[in-house]
Design a protein around this ligand. Structure first.
Ligand code: G6P
Ligand code: MN
Length: 441
């Protein structure tokens, strides 16, 4: 019997890249059945019909189907790739505007954009994992759903025994750019990284001989030799947001040269500079809705109307390859090294053992075994501790519906300057998210 894979949130704009990698690598994954599952009937039907035609016409023997019925999707499943977005990018843009209006960061995983997204997503994901436990308890869940930092805290707290691995493609994307800078094959380099999701640092970049390349990168940045890194990621390298972000990442490294930063630290260390770039009339959420969303569903409609996918193709990138590489490592017990989010349990020696952290791990059929990073310095530790307290309080708020807890979470977010603004943004976000957040009392 081959494997049944389910894309949870299969109608998402993030699906096509994963679908392409699954098609290309179906044999090595022993993938025989692929189900696109979503609560959005229109989107899953568009992507589902497209995928069925595309797979069949490219000679794939994988049996593709799509459904809004969770039981049908989950029964017999072996691997679930989860990437859901309650409220879609529409709600993302609404959150961004409320935040920007109040002069604070609205990014969907950082600042209060991330808080709001977490309040929408946590209840939905808890429900999905309960269903997995009931219908396919042996299945592995690989989770890409954002805000991954907060969500992973909720998942591992509520389901400590579940077979879930929470991942993000940002570390591997940045590692690809570093490899490119040194003209190296990414697979020949070994990276040492610690932090939380969208909130971490690289301490070392070892080459194939064990020589650390990070000091060289630091020297090149400090001496002004480089002010950005070329991206290895086809999907993002012509996108102005990512071009600016990679530049800002180097600029952060220049100002805090101890460790190389994850680009998302820009929202915490230079929020003023980020807000200068923001356009309240055209946020990232607007951009994605008018760009990727339109393009993907229009292409599905065109192919369906034409009755053939022969002049259409999907693009495989880092995002799709990373999740499939991890599934492959589990299936074939390769014990390859990946960066994942898991409970600390001593990986960072001087950090809360029960907190979820993002660190390298060897992944095989038993899951991910994290490596020890040792002690981390006071600057990074201090930032992480406050952020972790914020994440935990956000999870508490989502699970208990306590308004006071939500307010405390908001105040722990570094992007919030004072009570007046914190409370105002919280109340406005709540009002705008009545259909999605738990009732707060
Ligand atoms: C990276 C991050 C993801 C995030 C995505 C945003 O891949 O790791 O967590 O969802 O960027 O992309 P978007 O085009 O939706 O702004
Ligand atoms: Mn991410």
């Amino acid at each position: 019997m081959g494997h049944k894979f389910v894309m949870v949130g299969g109608g998402s704009t993030q699906s096509p890249g994963i679908l392409e990698v699954l098609r290309q690598r179906s044999e090595e994954l022993d993938l025989t059945d692929l189900v696109l599952y979503d609560i959005d009937e229109e989107r899953v039907s568009l992507l589902g019909q497209y995928t069925k035609m595309y797979y069949a016409e490219t000679g794939s023997s994988v049996n593709v189907s799509y459904t809004t019925d969770i039981d049908e999707a989950f029964i017999g499943a072996d691997y679930l790739f989860m990437q859901i977005r309650p409220g879609l990018n529409r709600q993302r843009a609404i959150d961004e505007k409320i935040c920007i209006q109040n002069g604070v960061v609205g990014q969907e995983t950082c600042g209060l954009g991330g808080f709001s997204f977490a309040m929408r997503v946590i209840p939905a994901v808890m429900e999905i994992i309960r269903k997995v436990k009931e219908l396919c308890p042996d299945a592995w869940i690989l989770n890409y759903t954002n805000p991954e930092a907060i969500l992973s805290e909720a998942i591992y707290r509520e389901f400590p025994e579940a077979k879930v691995l929470c991942i993000c493609d940002m570390p591997i994307s940045i590692e690809g750019a570093i490899a490119k800078y040194f003209n190296k094959d990414l697979r020949d380099l070994t990276f040492k990284y610690f932090g939380m999701n969208h909130f971490g640092w690289w301490t070392n970049v070892y080459d194939e001989k064990g020589h650390d390349l990070l000091p060289q990168l630091r020297e090149d940045v400090l001496s002004g030799k480089i002010d950005t890194l070329l991206q290895s990621n086809e999907e993002t390298k012509s996108d102005q947001y990512w071009i600016d972000t990679y530049k800002q990442m180097i600029s952060l490294f220049k100002r805090f040269p101890d460790y190389f930063p994850n680009c998302y630290l820009q929202y915490y260390l230079t929020p003023d500079e980020m807000l200068e770039h923001d356009d309240i009339n055209f946020t990232r959420g607007d951009y994605v809705q008018q760009g990727r969303e339109k393009r993907i569903y229009e292409e599905c409609r065109r192919v369906i109307a034409a009755g053939t996918a022969k002049d259409s193709s999907l693009h495989a990138g880092v995002h799709g390859n990373y999740i499939v590489d991890i599934a492959y490592a589990i299936i074939h017990n390769t014990r390859e090294r990946f960066t994942v989010n898991k409970k600390n349990h001593g990986a960072i020696s001087n950090f809360d053992p029960e907190a979820v952290v993002e660190v390298p791990a060897y992944v095989g059929s038993m899951g991910a075994e994290t490596i020890n990073i040792g002690n981390i310095p006071t600057f990074q530790k201090g930032l992480m501790e406050m952020q972790k307290a914020y994440e935990k309080k956000t999870v508490d708020a989502a699970l208990t519906g306590s308004y006071q807890t939500a307010l405390e979470a908001v105040m722990l977010n570094k992007t919030i300057p004072n009570y007046t603004i914190g409370k105002k943004v919280l109340d406005e976000l709540y009002e705008a998210n009545k259909d999605y957040w738990p009732v707060l009392k």
